[in-house]
Design a protein around this ligand. Structure first.
Ligand SMILES: Nc1ncnc2c1ncn2[C@@H]1O[C@H](COP(=O)(O)OP(=O)(O)O)[C@@H](O)[C@H]1O
Ligand SMILES: [Mg+2]
Length: 319
């Protein structure tokens, strides 16, 4: 069906890497009917990157249909329209009213949630991230620019829980692009400063594990409100002292964070998450173990998680 649309800009939101982001409405030019209220309008000079972003969404949605289409609807914001001009592209998508994870973490740091509520919020976000990355990677896509500004926060209509939605697929890689192989590796820098995995910094090849490292930096920021730093070349004894009690699947030396797990946090869950994402993120069974552990921990404390998210939601400003 061919429709003429009219995009009305209501408000400036923020600066993007290659353009500006606005809040607007989409209406039909023929009937004047409002088609979409409050959408994000991304006006971007890097046309090829936005076209690629829309293409990745199409791939991901299509590949998800066979397995779990609800995951796509739950954690991604499908582009509504893309208009290409000679020097600029305009893309519209649903607006996540609570803004980015970066904004949410700043608000979290200012508010007086109890230590338990703070941990439960972080646990919920960490669980969301692991679910989304598991889904993304299962369908052959590496985001490769995971950072707190590329997660936006929305309220789930059914459960009223805050949900993390992954945006900005301009640098995403499709590992299935050549004959369905999933063992393709990449070189070169992709993620933002502070979110790059060690291989990316060293100029060594990287793959899916780059996303897990960046996600861990996001989780770390939500827990400690500061950038993550690590100690490399540590022994298994130091790994155990850090709190990881299961057997290592790889030979050392190992990497652990410089921060220790707070005594009032769930030591087993957090130490397993840090250890796995810093050391064993290319081992599917290790990722599965930690993903299941997070999911079980969230389920076990479901009432507490809902209450902590309700309190946080009250503090968040809807833009
Ligand atoms: N759907 C959205 N809902 C809310 N804010 C958004 C949305 N999309 C983008 N933004 C805001 O715009 C910023 C830039 O958008 P993004 O798609 O990441 O483009 P860029 O490639 O310029 O980083 C985001 O970090 C976020 O602050
Ligand atoms: Mg971005």
């Amino acid at each position: 069906m061919h429709i003429n649309i009219n995009i009305e800009i209501e408000q400036y939101l923020t600066k993007g890497s290659f353009g500006h982001i606005y809040l607007g409405n989409v209406s039909s030019n023929d009937t004047n009917d409002l088609l979409y209220n409050k959408v994000v309008v991304k006006v971007d000079k890097n046309i090829s990157s936005v076209v690629w972003e829309c293409y990745i969404h199409t791939l991901l949605k299509h590949r998800s249909i066979a397995t779990d289409s609800s995951m796509y609807a739950r954690h991604y914001l499908e582009p509504i329209c893309l208009i290409l001009y000679s020097n600029v592209s305009v893309m519209c998508m649903e607006y996540a009213v609570y803004g980015t994870l970066h904004d949410t973490i700043i608000e979290l740091s200012k508010q007086k949630l109890s230590v338990k509520e703070h941990e439960l919020v972080c646990l919920h976000f960490a669980n969301d991230m692991m679910q989304v990355l598991g889904h993304l990677h299962q369908h052959g896509i590496i985001h490769s620019d995971i950072k707190t500004n590329n997660w936006v926060v929305k309220k789930d209509q059914e459960t009223s829980k805050l949900l993390l939605m992954l945006i900005d697929f301009g640098k995403a890689k499709d590992v299935l692009v050549s004959s369905g192989q999933t063992n393709i590796i990449y070189t070169g820098s992709s993620s933002a400063r502070g979110f790059k995995c060690p291989a990316m910094i060293e100029g060594s090849p990287w793959s899916f594990e780059a996303d897990y490292y960046s996600a861990l930096v996001c989780i770390h920021q939500s827990l400690y409100y500061q950038p993550m730093s690590t100690i490399t070349r540590v022994t298994i004894d130091e790994v155990k002292r850090f709190g990881y009690t299961s057997d290592a699947r790889i030979a050392g030396p190992y990497v652990i964070p410089t921060t220790s797990i707070k005594r009032y946090w769930n030591r087993e869950v957090w130490s397993t998450l840090y250890y796995t994402l810093l050391n064993e993120s290319s081992i599917p069974s290790a990722l599965q173990t930690v993903t299941q552990m997070l999911q079980a921990s969230v389920s076990l404390q479901a009432a507490g998680v809902i209450e902590a998210l309700r309190i946080l939601t009250n503090y968040l400003q809807k833009i």
